[in-house]
Design a protein around this ligand. Structure first.
Ligand SMILES: Cc1cc2nc3c(=O)[nH]c(=O)nc-3n(C[C@H](O)[C@H](O)[C@H](O)COP(=O)(O)OP(=O)(O)OC[C@H]3O[C@@H](n4cnc5c(N)ncnc54)[C@H](O)[C@@H]3O)c2cc1C
Length: 453
């Protein structure tokens, strides 16, 4: 066994974990490195952020996954690669040698250099992001319930009209209509506003125009203020500045507008393409390298790019396992071909869009159940599946009766725009009395229940 080639996989997401089983079956020694103890199921993060699921429902212990496959797991963050010596170095200094290296680190938010975007927005890429966002979202509702000013508002701005932005805006708007009244009975739902900003002329652009239009109508029906063809110039703590100079006041801004390679990627010394992703050839080998593969969201084949979705990532993982087996047998690598299994996105309760190959499309309740079923199948771990099924069923069955939100802790930091927004409204009103009420809201929210997951 010890003479078997050693494959290191960096990243325990869809792509990395999909490679493990096949490599083990082929007899390789495999080490999985991830900076987190858990693998995150990103497609349901928006449910954590809106209090529908516990964070533990969408995360699965990497060590549990690897030990069942007799694979080594090392917790650590990739810092640098010495391909000549075939060694990787983790931040903290630990080094590991490899025969083949698979990079499957996924992506992070891309702010496109927009002033204020990184500092003044919330992201939704990790479990931690979702918890922070949820706590600030709930805190915003809580602040309204404690404010004595009947004019005070809570404005949520979602930047990016892709699937993530649509899911988040749709669910936040539904919370306002169906859940806030029962969970925060003293909050007037009309004081909560959800806005969705998209630069393109339509939402969910990769979908068929009819599905895009369905999505738009469903969001409008839920009261989302949709701004298409709208470019942002700057994000400030209390407002979003548009390219035409208009200021849109906001209390909480979520960035769901684009992705790029993760932090530290430039230090790996590998070729980078558009959006800071690793350039790969058709066989998923990193350009200029014969033992380093890149798969999943981080990989970019410029001639034939794959969508940044779970299915391509899983298929990449299986493909590179087969290619490494071929290389050790002295056979040439083969090009990857993506088998399109379709796309889906959900807008809210009983509302989703499904687009399958061969032009099959459907929407509404059927699409929503298809979305739910598929996500349960893809989730790692029996306990996660059961917990997710119970929590989502509870959320949507108890809809409007107070069972719809899992609340968390009071955030350590106030909303980026909170202090500035309070001051602005107070100044508008010519009175400063509310600033104190708003700022004090944080300290008094001890009744928030810790979900302690
Ligand atoms: C909010 C959201 C919703 C989504 N919804 C859908 C959907 O409905 N359907 C769909 O098909 N796709 C969806 N996607 C996209 C899908 O989640 C990704 O395409 C998929 O996760 C990519 O898999 P991956 O393995 O490449 O990366 P990931 O799943 O992101 O895994 C990367 C792993 O690498 C680790 N890592 C990162 N950097 C390092 C480092 N330097 N060192 C060590 N470890 C590192 C991370 O901790 C992580 O575990 C969504 C994405 C997001 C963010």
């Amino acid at each position: 066994m010890t003479d078997s080639p050693h494959v290191i996989i960096v990243g325990a997401g869809f792509a990395g974990l999909a490679a493990v089983g096949r490599l083990r079956k082929a007899g390789f020694m495999v080490t999985v490195i991830d900076k987190n103890l858990y693998s995150t199921f990103q497609p349901l993060l928006y449910q954590v952020a809106t209090g529908g699921l516990n964070p533990g429902d969408v995360s699965y212990a990497v060590g549990g996954f690897t030990s069942r496959r007799r694979t080594r797991y090392v917790r650590g963050e990739l810092a640098s690669i010495d391909d000549a010596a075939r060694r990787v170095k983790l931040s903290g200094g630990r080094e590991l040698g490899y025969d083949y290296l698979i990079l499957a680190t996924g992506v992070a938010a891309n702010y496109f250099g927009l002033p204020g975007a990184a500092e003044n927005t919330f992201g939704l890429y990790s479990r931690a992001d979702a918890i922070v966002l949820r706590d600030h979202l709930m805190n915003g509702f809580e602040r309204l319930s404690e404010s004595s000013d009947p004019r005070s508002e809570f404005v949520i701005t979602v930047v990016g009209g892709g699937a993530t932005g649509v899911e988040l805006a749709g669910t936040a708007a539904e919370l306002r209509r169906a859940v806030i009244q029962s969970t925060f009975p003293d909050v007037d739902p009309d004081r909560v506003h959800v806005r969705l900003i998209e630069m393109a002329p339509a939402l969910v652009m990769p979908f068929h125009p009819k599905l895009r239009e369905y999505t738009r109508r469903q969001l409008v029906h839920r009261g989302v203020d949709i701004r298409l063809n709208t470019e942002i110039r700057e994000v400030r703590p209390d407002c979003v500045v548009l390219a035409d100079g208009q200021d849109l006041p906001t209390d909480l801004t979520v960035w769901a507008a684009g992705v790029a390679g993760p932090h530290g990627l430039a230090d790996w010394g590998l070729p980078l393409g558009k959006g800071g992703r690793l350039l790969v050839g058709p066989d998923l080998l990193v350009e200029g390298h014969d033992r380093i593969f890149a798969i999943g969201d981080i990989a970019l084949n410029q001639k034939d790019p794959d969508p940044q979705l779970a299915q391509p990532a899983i298929q990449h993982g299986k493909h590179v396992a087969a290619q490494i087996t071929r290389l050790t047998r002295g056979e040439p690598t083969q090009a990857f071909t993506y088998h399109d299994r379709g796309m889906m996105a959900t807008i809210g309760r009983r509302s989703a869009i499904v687009q399958l190959p061969q032009g099959i499309r459907f929407t509404g309740t059927l699409a929503w159940f298809a979305w739910l079923g598929l996500h349960l199948v893809y989730l790692l771990g029996g306990r996660n599946r059961v917990a997710t099924l119970v929590n989502l069923s509870w959320r949507y069955m108890a809809w409007g009766h107070g069972g719809g939100v899992i609340v968390g802790d009071e955030p350590d930091q106030p909303l980026p725009g909170e202090a500035a927004a309070i001051a602005r409204r107070a100044a508008d009103a010519g009175a400063g009395s509310d600033a104190g009420a708003g700022a004090g809201a944080g300290a008094d929210a001890a009744k928030a229940i810790d979900d302690s997951v």
